[in-house]
Structures are given as C-alpha cells and as structure tokens.
Design a protein around this ligand. Structure first.
Ligand code: BGC
Length: 425
C-alpha cells in the first residue's frame, strides 16, 4: 500500500471492476415474481404507481452483452459482476430452459474472451413467479429445496466459467423491503415475516456455499452484503441511538453472527442453529451506498441538511470507511467492495463520488482492513427497481431509444484509475 499526501495508490493485484445484475439489464424476462405486479401497477394513475415503469427490454444486454464487455475491456475492467436469473433458467417448476443456461454460458465466455474475470450472483432480489406462488421466502423448506436444485444446475453447467461466486445479493434487503417496509412484492409486512425471510436468505447462502464448494473447492464464494450504516437521526436523542443500535443488529450484525457462530441471534433469532452459515464465506463483498438515519426504530436514507442523491440516498463516503473498519474489527476474511455508485447526470459529481469512496477504502486499508478490490455500480446505465430508467448509475450512457452505448466522462476517468492503480488527489 502506498500513497503520498497527493496521491492514492492501491496494492499490486488490487482488483478493479464493475457490477450489474441480469434483471436490470437483460430485458425480456416475464416469468418472475415482479412481472404481474408491475403490469398491474401500470394501470394505476401515475401518482399512485409503485414502479416508475416496467423493466421491459431494459438495456437489451441479453443480445448486446458482447458490445458491453468490449467496452468494459476498453475501460480496463478486470472483473465484472453479473447475475443469472432463476426465473429465466427455471420458468416453470422443474422445467429448466437449457437454451437460456447455454446463453448465460456465452455471456460468461464473452467476458473471458475480453480478458475480464467473472463474478456471478445467483440471486439478485428476483425469484420465479411459481416460487412466489408457493409462498416465496416464507415457505422456507420448499424454497430452499428448489433453490438448491437451481444452484446445482448452474454450478454443474456454468461452474467452470465462474471466477468468483455470490450466491445472493444483499441478504437483508429483500426481507427489509418486501417484508418489513412492504414496498416490494409480495408486500407482506411484519417483523416475523422479516425474520423468516432473512433466515431463508441465510439458508440460500449457506446451502449454495456447500453446493459450490463440493464441485469447486477452490472457488472463492462470498456475499454481496449491503451494509446500511445506521446513525441516529437526532444526535442527542437516546431513542434514536437505541434505534440505530437495534437496526444495526437486525440488519447487519445478525448475518455475520451466523457466519461466525452458525446461530441466529437477536432480533431475528434466539440462538437457533443455522449450521450451513458457519464459516460459509471466503470473502465478504461489501455494498455501500448510504447511511440510514434512525428516528427510534424507523430508518430514513436521508434527513434535512444532508447531501441527497437522485436515488434519495445520502452522500456520505465516511460510511464506507466505517463499514470496512467494522468488518475488519470482527474478521480477517478478505473483503471486496462489490458495489458502490451514484445515480446522477452530473459527471463531475460521479467522479467526486468515486474518488471520495476510494479514499475511504484506501484509508481503511492503510489501517489494516484487508480489501482486495473495488467494483463500481454500474458498468452501464440500467433499470433501477421502483425508480425506472431515469436513475443513471452507469459509467457508460445508454440511449434507451436506440440502445446506443457511449462512455461517459466518469468512465474515461475510471479507466485511468484502473491503469494507474490509483489517482492523484
Ligand atoms: C442493489 C442494486 C441497485 C443499487 C442502487 C443495490 O442495493 O444491489 O440492484 O441498483 O443498490 O440502488
């Protein structure tokens, strides 16, 4: 690790990458648990809709992946994170679409052909509609039985093409957004549902870890963990401090308790065993975007006076440093930043955002955090869940009328960072 007052340099071998997800980019998926909700939602008057617009053809990555990978190569990207979509692979229970699996194989091959390593997410929020109809995350035994089979298929067919594995994206987010806040399908609100869904996510992770390791013992398997750093909304309010503590336990620490001890801990459990989670991480992928401000137990992604981004999160790079430090205090496990990024049309701000977050990573590393890489979210603009296409996270601009790709100023800048393994301040 080097660096002077005016330059930041990362260690040799530091892995530079970009991240994305199938559902948000591929286009054309209709067999998932969101599709019918989104279609129904569009019948409502605009002000009542939960989704700005349906995902539709998205970035047409399903057909244009090679063009995107070529651009990734031009930027010098060394590893790219993508996902396979369970609903595409198994549109009906037990009926696998092997042509789709083969197509995913071509996508992975194309990355390698462009000299880019592959990091594969097996579940990024979305599940097949038939799984939802069977009770989704709340029908754990059935869910896990089916998920294992899907993972087994992917491992057997595509396993040789994968350099890094992420069985699930953000284990806390689906439980929180679908089951606690009730903002995403299936809108089943309740603390008990939250705890149950979180446990399912952990079992998805733990089971997948075993399936992957059995076939590829040396393959690094991690998690992309969104650590939402909890802060009190009002700095001098005891209730808010308690809320931040409680939410941090319920959102973040519980996952890592299970990793450490193989047990569910408060507030999602009381010591029950979850053996599959014990030691089931070769690396910790950190996704960090924003702090949450807790008013009692209610958490908000911003508060008056904060620098709020287009995506309504708070720009606070210090959080990246704190999350990495917290994890480094608990574990020696290597870490990779598997996501951070910003939705903006202001390119100098995107560059500032990445610069400040990289400085935070560097600072944590200088203080001993074992961070092996950094992946920007996202390679290209894409469809952002409730917010639709107007959120532009990409280093590469997409004109959705023509699907034309254009490298942005931040893309050119990021290419220089990769080339120099750092930057001048
Ligand atoms: C998710 C992405 C999302 C990003 C920005 C992350 O939590 O993994 O799917 O686009 O946040 O909101």
């Amino acid at each position: 690790m080097t660096g002077t007052a005016s330059s930041i340099r990362f260690p040799e071998g530091f892995l530079w990458g970009t991240a994305s997800c199938g559902y948000m980019t591929e286009g054309g998926i209709t067999t998932d648990n969101w599709y019918s909700w989104m279609m129904e939602d569009q019948k409502l008057p605009p002000e009542k809709r939960a989704f700005a617009e349906p995902v539709g053809q998205a970035c047409d990555y399903w057909n244009r992946f090679d063009e995107d990978h070529k651009l990734a190569h031009d930027l010098g990207v060394q590893v790219h994170r993508m996902s396979v979509e369970w609903s595409r692979v198994e549109p009906e229970q037990g009926k696998y679409d092997m042509a789709a699996v083969e197509h995913y194989g071509k996508i992975l091959d194309s990355l390698h052909a462009h000299g880019v390593k592959t990091m594969l997410t097996l579940n990024h929020f979305i599940i097949p509609a038939w799984v939802e109809a069977l009770g989704g995350y709340l029908n754990r035994e059935v869910f896990i039985r089916n998920y294992r089979e899907y993972v087994r298929l992917i491992v057997e067919t595509l396993g040789d093409k994968v350099d890094y594995w992420l069985p699930i994206n953000e284990p806390f987010v689906v439980p929180a957004v679908c089951y606690l806040v009730g903002m995403w399908p299936p809108y089943k609100k309740g603390m008990i549902n939250y705890a149950n869904a979180y446990r399912t996510m952990m079992e998805m992770h733990g089971n997948s870890y075993q399936v992957i390791k059995r076939r590829h013992p040396a393959a690094p398997v991690g998690v992309a963990f969104a650590w939402n750093y909890m802060r009190p909304y009002r700095d001098r309010n005891l209730l808010d401090h308690f809320g931040a503590w409680f939410n941090n336990r319920g959102a973040n620490e519980v996952f890592f308790d299970a990793y450490e001890s193989g047990r569910l801990t408060f507030p999602i459990g009381f010591g029950q065993r979850i053996d599959c989670m014990k030691d089931a991480l070769d690396f910790i992928g950190v996704n960090y975007y924003t702090p949450y401000f807790c008013k009692g137990r209610q958490a908000f992604p911003s508060r008056p006076g904060e620098h709020v981004t287009d995506r309504e999160t708070t720009y606070w790079p210090e959080g990246m440093y704190r999350v990495l430090k917290r994890l480094a205090d608990r574990f020696d496990t290597p870490m990779i930043v598997t996501e951070t990024g910003v939705a903006t049309n202001d390119e100098p701000f995107r560059i500032q955002f990445i610069t400040e977050h990289l400085k935070a990573v560097h600072r944590a590393t200088v203080e001993g955090a074992n961070v092996k890489g950094f992946m920007y979210w996202s390679l290209t603009d894409n469809w952002e869940w409730n917010y639709g296409f107007k959120m532009r996270f990409g280093l590469i601009h997409i004109d959705y009328e023509t699907q034309k790709r254009t490298i942005k100023e931040s893309g050119t800048w990021y290419a220089q960072v990769i080339k120099n393994n750092g930057f001048e301040i």
